[in-house]
Design a protein around this ligand. Structure first.
Ligand SMILES: *[C@@H]1O[C@H](CO)[C@@H](O)[C@H](O)[C@H]1NC(C)=O
Length: 251
């Protein structure tokens, strides 16, 4: 019994980054240990005037942003994440939307958790987390970030915003390197959506590598790494459910 867990290996903020997404190294067959209780952290309502979304902090210093349904504890028997956060977004293009966007901006829905540590030039930081995307989650032809490495200080060509992302779009899960420093377009690592989302079985005892990406270059400074579900609200999207957690900063 297994699902695809996105297993993050190594992140080097600001100067280089290297990550590997795998199925779990040790498959846990028993599902009884999964955290049972599901409590709502935020349901996306009552976004204060002038704010794009609701936001808050977790006890470990990481932070969350939400326009959908964010829970502590996850629902789904296949999810083997002990300290689990559930992220649910509506399929409706007029629900769970960010507020207060510029008039020409595409509508978007967002649930993300961000590292407390931000990028510092010359320093290396490593993070680890687990990520599960439910098999009912489909893609559309609009951006859909499952992970982002962000820059908060423009540095030459690298503007504020995403630098490297892991995206789900048009039935693929792939790396988007915004400044083409390590790959560009279809040369970037990708796998089919179906091999990324929840799987019925997986029996090997060693984790199977799904995606690997390594890049060195100028990526700005000051940005966190984020993970979750952040997407354009476009026709053809499905409801989305992700479970993330067990995150650690290793260095
Ligand atoms: C959403 O949460 C608010 C509290 O923040 C609560 O008042 C409201 O009833 C909730 N809505 C739903 C649909 O659960």
């Amino acid at each position: 019994m297994i699902q695809t867990i996105l297993y993050f290996a190594l992140f080097n903020l600001a100067i280089q980054m290297s990550c590997v997404w795998c199925t779990p190294v040790t498959e846990i067959v028993s599902i009884s240990a999964r955290a049972g209780e599901v409590t709502v952290i935020d349901n996306g309502s009552n976004i204060p005037p002038g704010q794009k979304r609701n936001q808050g902090s977790l006890s470990n210093g990481w932070s969350w942003q939400n326009t959908g349904l964010l829970t502590h504890g996850c629902s789904g028997s296949r999810i083997h994440i002990s300290d689990c956060y559930g992220m649910q977004l509506s399929s409706k293009t007029n629900e769970n939307l960010e507020h207060d966007l510029p008039p020409d901006a595409i509508s978007r829905q967002r649930i993300e958790i961000a590292s407390g540590q931000k990028g510092v030039a010359g320093e290396t930081h490593s993070f680890e987390w687990k990520y599960y995307l439910s098999p009912e989650t489909g893609t559309a032809n609009g951006f859909f970030h499952l992970m982002q490495l962000l820059n908060e200080n423009p540095d030459g060509k690298v503007q504020n915003g995403p630098v490297i992302t892991l995206d789900a779009r048009n039935n693929k899960v792939y790396i988007d390197d915004f400044y083409n420093q390590g790959c560009s377009g279809s040369s970037c690592p990708s796998i089919s959506l179906s091999s990324f989302v929840g799987r019925p079985h997986y029996t090997e005892s060693r984790g199977k590598q799904l995606l690997k990406y390594e890049v060195h270059g100028i990526m700005g400074t000051g940005g966190p790494v984020k993970f979750g579900t952040y997407r354009a609200a476009v026709a053809g999207m499905t409801a989305s459910y992700a479970a993330v957690g067990d995150f650690k900063q290793l260095s």
